[in-house]
Write a protein that binds this ligand. Sequence first.
Ligand SMILES: [Zn+2]
Length: 274
Amino acid sequence: MPELPEVEHVVRALRPAIVGRRILAAELKLKRTAPDISRPAFNRLLKDALITAVGRRGKYILIEFESGQMLTTHLRMTGKFVALTPDDSLPPYAHVIFYLDDERRLVFCDMRQFGRMRIVPNPSKLPKELLALAPEPLAPEFSEEYFLSTVRKSHRSLKQLLLDQTRVLGLGNIYASEALFLAGVSPMKDASTLSKPRARKLYQAIRDVLQEAIDSGSTLQIDLADGNGSYFGSSERFWRVYEHEGEPCVRCRAQIKRVVQSGRSTYYCPRCQR
Ligand SMILES: [Zn+2]
């Protein structure tokens, strides 16, 4: 599943391709992709809509229109956008098609069908799943003070806390493991027992890990023209512990361990992370 840095790169790829374009017609082919609206209403609301901005909140992609409407998209497992020229044939699993005024089609493909779109009538009516999100992790609102108080109040394991998007936004399974490794903190530790200096270190590690993943995105292949490609690129090579079970720790050479927490794998170094 794409995590925040990958979604950021999707947004950056979309911007030059669609901002300033008008949607001449929209075609929702799979009802499930936009479950709260009928197909005719979806198509009608986005017809002739002028795209003015593309942004992101957590892992939601926000496409804004001149009318004040917004289209939110969550890619989930396999959702992706492709931009096709008139000569390109429709890729498999094309569930939503936007016919743009430059003759191209912006297509939302989704093999597993978990991706979701929603039309928001105006920015003051944001859906509750967006309102509930913690501050953007790289924005000033995600302050050290906010993080310290969030950690102090939680009795969950740090790994679980870091995955809760209403408390700490932007870390999925991969980057949560990586941030805890960078900070030298055990994923099993009760959050409230983390000392202030170590919580500060973890706060910095979260930002560093996300920033590093975004910066290394030049190796991430988000090719809007490739209907058959996947959004998964090669940020894997930056991972220090994730999927490195049994391999030597890059810092101390102890063997990286894997444990399952709430049904999800966590990778850590038993010597460096306490
Ligand atoms: Zn180690």
